[in-house]
Design a binder for this molecule. Sequence first.
Ligand code: PEP
Ligand code: MG
Length: 560
Amino acid sequence: MTPPTEQIEGIAASGGIAVGPIVLLRHDQAEPTGEPRSLEDAVAKVVRHYAALADRAREEGRGEEAEVLEAYELLVTDPALQAAIEREQAIGDAPLDQAVMTAGNEQADELAALGDEYLAQRAEDLRAAVRDIVTAVRGGTLTVDLELPEDAIIVADELTPADTSTFDLDRVGGFAIARGGMTSHTAIVARSVGIPAVVGAIGVLEAVEGATTMLVDGDAGMVCIDPDDETRAAGEERAAVRQARRQAAAAWHGKEVRFDGERVLVAANIGTTAQLEAAVEGAADGVGLFRTEFLHLESDHPPDRESQAEIYREAARSFDDPVIVRTLDIGGDKESRWLELPREDNPFLGVRGLRLCLEQPEVLATQFEAILDVADGDLWVMLPMVARLDDVTRARALWDERVAASGRGPVPFGVMVETPAAALLARHLAKVVDFVSIGTNDLTQYTAAADRGLASLAQYHDPVAPPVLQLIRMTTDAAIAEDIHVGVCGGAAADPVAATLLLGMGVRELSVPPTEIDVMRSLVADIDPVAARRLAELAVLLPDAAAVREEVTSAISGLA
Ligand code: PEP
Ligand code: MG
């Protein structure tokens, strides 16, 4: 009898399934080879290295990866880090490499201790960048010389940009990474090149001792170590089905799709200018969610009206269909470099999104004005983190005032439904807004009271859990009753099982990552509306997400 296959759960960072030989990457294996360097020389070397990698990534159309690398350049040249290293050296007369390591890791620990997912991720980035400086100080090379077999599964604690840049990505089948989250460097690289990845797979390094092969399920967020023949065969079959589905879906590129005779928009979620390019390339039906936090994350001063308007204008001009700009959603897992916000014990439950904007109305007013400055294209505006009707009424008053001042005709004004309160209030909300978009990422975390960034709570993060489906149903029913547009911009929109139910409930816009547009178009075109409606009725009555998935996949072939 074969021993039971060991599985580790993590975060599904990049979709797809891969099976292949394990290649373990340990950073402590890198041996210093050349002459030690001064801090200044080492930092300059690392910066040149990142700059060259960023240029290459951009040339090869991986804009998002290029942006990450540019952010790393800022991290290694941060004067606060340099000062901390000098202090460390002065205190203990420590050798330079140790001083860099200690100072860098202390700064990373401080960031991580703030209990915020976004900052925790930046802490990981800092640790990776510090490792590269240490390597350069020791005279080592920044490239890792790894012999990769075909379909290699890279297992590591975390990968630095220097690591990923030196792999021959054509030989990489998948990534299984112990640390990191959805915005970690590995996750971004993996998504941009379509390699399955699971990050936040705690314990994976220890678990692969003595193992040879691994199955990475980037859809389910799970890795399987030394899978038995049956698991392996099932994984390979699913990978083949997925591949065939993607190939067939290419026929839908740029085409309009209908469900039950009505047009369904398969729009893109974007949050950087690089993602805007990807959405255009993916021939998205507009943008269902334009996350505007990057305007605040990348700069240490508030973005002004003109620079915001320019970005929104470019987005609006890129599509014939609506581009939905979400107003600032800072707080929770998203931070600002210039807004000095007080520390909160529970930032996901704190002054975030709309609440923050109502406390700082000038920020919201500037964003409204920038949106209204865009005359060409079809821009809509949407508020995040709604939990009270009164918050919406106040924001709407500010909006109406700015619309009147602009002399513009009506511009659609909507809200995200991403808190249970908003779903429960949907009947009232639907009367005062022009559209709603369901944010299933937050709706799921708030319904299950399970931090969406915690890999160890992955079993609570399924948006087809019946409690979440009931709240979605309340929202779609309210939207239909008031005859307003209803979309979904959370991760459920790109999940075939969830999307089937969403269509069955009346959702007519699925906003998904740019890489998933064709696949979701082909799904919309193929789903039988009668079956989808029946499943939607049934799913809300089932006891758990597993039962829902079982019911839907057994009723509709090819979804699993
Ligand atoms: C959501 O919460 O589902 C959503 C789309 O917004 P974000 O992921 O930016 O919080
Ligand atoms: Mg959200």
